[in-house]
Ligand binder design. Structure first.
Ligand code: NIG
Ligand code: FE
Length: 413
């Protein structure tokens, strides 16, 4: 059985989220797309030393798990540069949303765009992430807000997955904002989400998880509970944008239902961290939205740490609150803005991001049996990935055991 061999690597295995799990001068064996063995070079079992196998000397360079961007809205039409200008002239995100802009402005542009137009723009954004070593991305719907347009968005996400060497998780976010045709009747819209939209997107085979936006400008805890009742009746995992701009209690509600993650959580109360921990719910921190909206309320990082809540971080790539197209920059922002350590930042885009997607049995760490998704970096220490601003030391990327060609296949020796 052919296999691939990496030698003389500095492995950051990320097997638990409290240390890099560094193994210097290490070898890693890939067999049938999965990691078959890893450990110090000298301990490499003889059966893997056959000369005609593909063997790469990493020359001491760092090898990490493939990066995971576990929260994006990267399929959308138009952009919101004008709202950026309005905010700089003093308007708030909520004021713009209430005046029909914000998410609903992107809904108009997304409804107007055809599938190919959406695909072309989204592919550019996706390729940007891929150049930084991202091997898994989550993509949300939520700018269609009717059956036809939510399906259009999710089909684009599926096509991105089909045409690129990347793993894509598709999340249905019908409960993102109230579309104008529902004329302020949020309850009627939630009934439409539950009774018509969700069954239709599930029937189309386009949904891996169900998300919502629980906020004053979006939906209440009770409304989100209705959506989750329906999602869970269909056996779909749930997650929630919660406590981003105010505290409504959505995060605790979602965690108590076993949500994979609660995201943003700046206004989460310290005592609620325990509820997340008890339910194995990850907290996904989104420093791009915090930065863009000039939020001043910090997420309760100390309480999350104390309670061993898995902390993930993500770009939240979207045209409004987080036009952030770099997961590496997100790591730096999580450290500088939220005081995460570089270990926590790397765990936040590997093992804990995998947990936030329910994929930690398969990806997120370098571990025997997991998929061989990995990145070779031209750096000598993993902290460099979080420390530098605007650099990209990604040299080579392997996904499911295959080298990704546009991320440079390493020279064999
Ligand atoms: O994650 N919070 C809600 N949804 C997005 C924002 C989307 C938008 O403004 O277009 C977020 O920040
Ligand atoms: Fe978001």
């Amino acid at each position: 059985m052919p296999y691939r061999l990496l030698t003389n690597a500095t492995l950051a295995t990320m097997q638990d989220s409290t240390s890099y799990g560094l193994i210097p001068s290490a070898s890693l064996v890939v067999e049938s797309g999965n990691i078959a063995w890893l450990g110090p070079d000298q301990q490499l079992p003889g059966r893997f030393k056959i000369s005609d196998n593909e063997s790469i000397n990493c020359q001491g360079q760092l090898v990490t798990p493939g990066l995971i961007d576990c929260h994006t809205h990267l399929v959308y039409g138009g952009n919101r540069a004008v709202e950026f200008e309005m905010r700089l002239e003093g308007a708030s995100y909520q004021q713009i949303a209430r005046a029909g802009g914000g998410i609903n402005s992107t809904v108009r542009h997304t409804r107007d765009a055809n599938e190919q137009e959406l695909f072309d723009k989204a592919a550019d954004r996706l390729h940007g992430l891929m150049t930084e070593g991202v091997t898994t991305v989550e993509i949300k719907s939520g700018y269609g807000l009717d059956i036809e347009n939510e399906i259009k968005m999710l089909k684009v996400a599926q096509k991105l997955a089909d045409q690129n060497p990347i793993r894509v998780k598709k999340t249905f976010l019908g409960a993102h904002a109230l579309p104008p045709e529902f004329k302020a009747d949020k309850d009627r819209y939630i009934d439409y989400v539950c009774d018509q939209m969700l069954p239709a997107v599930v029937e189309a085979g386009l949904v891996d998880a169900v998300d919502g936006f629980c906020e004053g400008i979006a939906f209440s805890v009770e409304q989100m509970e209705k959506v989750f009742d329906k999602a869970q009746a269909l056996n779909l995992p749930i997650k929630l944008h919660a406590e981003q701009l105010s505290h409504l209690g959505g995060a605790a509600m979602a965690a108590m239902r076993g949500a994979l993650s609660v995201d943003h959580v700046e206004y989460l109360k310290s005592q609620e961290a325990r509820i997340l921990a008890d339910n194995n719910t990850a907290a996904v921190l989104l420093p791009g939205a915090f930065y863009t909206l000039r939020e001043t309320q910090l997420p309760p990082v100390q309480a999350l740490r104390r309670n061993n809540v898995p902390i993930a971080i993500a770009t939240d790539l979207n045209p409004g609150s987080s036009p952030l197209h770099s997961l590496l920059l997100t790591m730096n922002m999580a450290c500088t803005l939220f005081s995460l350590t570089p270990v926590e930042a790397l765990a936040g885009v590997t093992i804990n991001a995998a947990k936030a997607l329910g994929l930690d049995h398969q990806i997120g760490s370098l571990e025997v049996g997991k998929s061989a998704d990995l990145v070779i970096w031209g750096v000598d220490h993993p902290a460099v990935l979080s420390y530098e601003i605007g650099s990209n030391h990604c040299k080579s990327v392997m996904i499911k055991g295959q080298w990704r060609e546009n991320n440079h296949q390493p020279i064999l020796n």
